[in-house]
Design a protein around this ligand. Sequence first.
Ligand SMILES: *Cc1c(COP(=O)(O)O)cnc(C)c1O
Length: 473
Amino acid sequence: MKTIFEKTNGNDGINLTDKKLNLDFLPSEFVRTGEIGLPKLSELDVMRHYKELSDRNFCIEKGFYPLGSCTMKYNPKVNEMLASLEGFNIHPSVDDDMAQGSLELMYKLQQALLEVTGMDAITLQPSAGAHGEMTGMMIIKKYFDTIGEKRTKVIIPDSAHGTNPASAKMSGFEIVEIKSNEKGQVDINALKSVLGPDVAAIMLTNPNTLGIFEEKVEEISKIMHENGSLLYYDGANFNAIMGYTNPKLMGFDVVHLNLHKTFATPHGGGGPGAGPVGVVDKLRDYLPAPVIEFDGKKYYRNYNIKHSIGSVKDFCGNFSVLVKAYAYILMMGKNLKKASENAVLNANYLKEKLKKYYELPYDEPCMHEFVITGEKQKHENGVSTLNIAKAMMDGNAHPPTVYFPLIVHEAMMIEPTESENKEVLDKFVELMIKIANECKTNPEEMLTAPHTTPVKKIDEVTAARHPDLKYTD
Ligand SMILES: *Cc1c(COP(=O)(O)O)cnc(C)c1O
């Protein structure tokens, strides 16, 4: 027998150029004759290369990340460990019998999400918030088609996230936009003026994208239901209200949650998500299949849903995101309510500190996020919100969401989340005051920010008009 040293010296390994190997079964043009030509790099070289790339990136592990509406909360690392447990690594086509653990987890997650939303039935299949919106809109469409009502329109406030009109439109509806009132909320008269027998639904985010709670939500629900229409709840801002109220109490019929936002999965750069959709009882039979059920003995995937809109994603959705959400819910327990409480407290603290330096278009108590603007700096110092955002990067803070919502000029939408402590918030306030001062004393410096990042300010006009999409070394 050969020793291990002899085996690895190339004489005995698989070598396609070895004449002794019978390769007759392969067409000759596919047989490699020379070296394979892989880069000759050591593991250490490769590791350093990727570490260097990763160091250039900004992430929650590096600093404050108040990206409004995106809920960039801390994602417990233990979630990652749990999601990669060997037992969860099974083929999605195995029989239910061989997947009882995974099915139980999904079933219990469904139960937990039904509890927090107040809904009656739920699907875990959609893979993002926008995907949940489209699923919900398709359910609403099929519902009205099935009961024989011709309703073609969906009402959406002008403060809505762009995915709302996109999802409604893609599901075959016509969009009717309504203006917000001076308090940044749905204008009831504007709503009434567009109502008619052809209105299928309204899509609302509550608290809305201005971080303001729609105080008239019950009245809106009553008006819509009297009109025979349904209410869709965009749950992207659910982090503000968890445990305090729920979409059912507010009168909604269909709800999506963004598990990657509210229930902790890393989601920068379009990373994996999950957008479960919950519905009230009368829409239960329209959910995508499968729904996970339990017959008292066994968990199983139920594909037999009477009016199901079909399947919106392969198998059971982004399973590992579901594992992380369930782990987060179990870890938090009753503290889910506390998370909302602290998220709201943190946002109000920052708002009050910053409103002396930046314009605050809606000066009211906010929920988990708020909008300030760079209007003053733009008009007085010629420094735009974009410049301010770039300057924040020099101060080791990720910029907030900017120029959204569209109804506020020079908007900066700040969402600190519950994860941050007072020291971090105070440091951010300090940075924002420094920037506000520099806008006055040294505006030129602001226009060329950022100065400390690996990539400096890019020429966005040229990048948009003449994109260089070639891959270079
Ligand atoms: C993030 C967000 C969405 C879209 O969710 P994705 O998971 O990114 O698809 C929709 N509406 C609002 C208000 C959001 O913040």
